[in-house]
Design a protein around this ligand. Sequence first.
Ligand code: PEP
Length: 251
Amino acid sequence: MTSRTMVAGNWKMNTTPTQGKALAEDIIAAAGTPPTKVVFGVPAIQLMSIKEITAQHEGYFVAAQNMHHKDNGAYTGELSAAMLADAGVDYVILGHSERREYFGENDSLVNIKINKALNAGLLPIYCCGEKLDIREAGNHEMIVGKQIEQALFSLDPAQMEKVVIAYEPVWAIGTGVTASPEQAQEMHSFIRQMVANQFGDTIANSTTILYGGSVKPDNAEELFGMEDVDGGLVGGASLSVENFVPIIKAR
Ligand code: PEP
């Protein structure tokens, strides 16, 4: 690949429904029809109200930040894939490092979630990435390779075509430290090659691989300019018009 195909914001546990509605409306008003897909990853309580807004604007979509792996049952507080799909949700972020760190998620669980999401008609945004000690020991490709293998290799090609991958080095998330464009490119190219080995070149070349980890207006252009970086998954900077709109527009 490639060209830039998506900028996704991950609002995490930020914004009340009132604030979120204003944020989405203000971003859309300021950015207009975006050059590529824009996804708002919003708190669960806002999924339907933000979908009502994005449905009226070409190029804008809504994502859940998580989903349970069971179809239904006694799982107090959880949401199923069918519930999200029926609510009109387009994407679901799965395997985010905060889910792994604080909620004990691993790639075999995430693999089940990806299957459930796809079966319900949701498009998964699968997050992978290494911790700092792994990078410092030079084992980042091995670890990310294992994550990709465990989470994605059991899919069939028709399923894989629908998956967005987000490479998010854990040491760069919310820290203000960004991977250099070269570090991002190196890993994205490695991931694309893994996808090619398992699913073939056509699918690998059309897979969207986002970079995430302290993307800001002043580094987005450089990162998105790398050959295998197809856009970004953006946390902190997705929470203001001032920061997110220039990232949407970065070429
Ligand atoms: C994220 O949470 O996915 C993320 C990339 O956060 P930040 O942009 O704040 O580093």
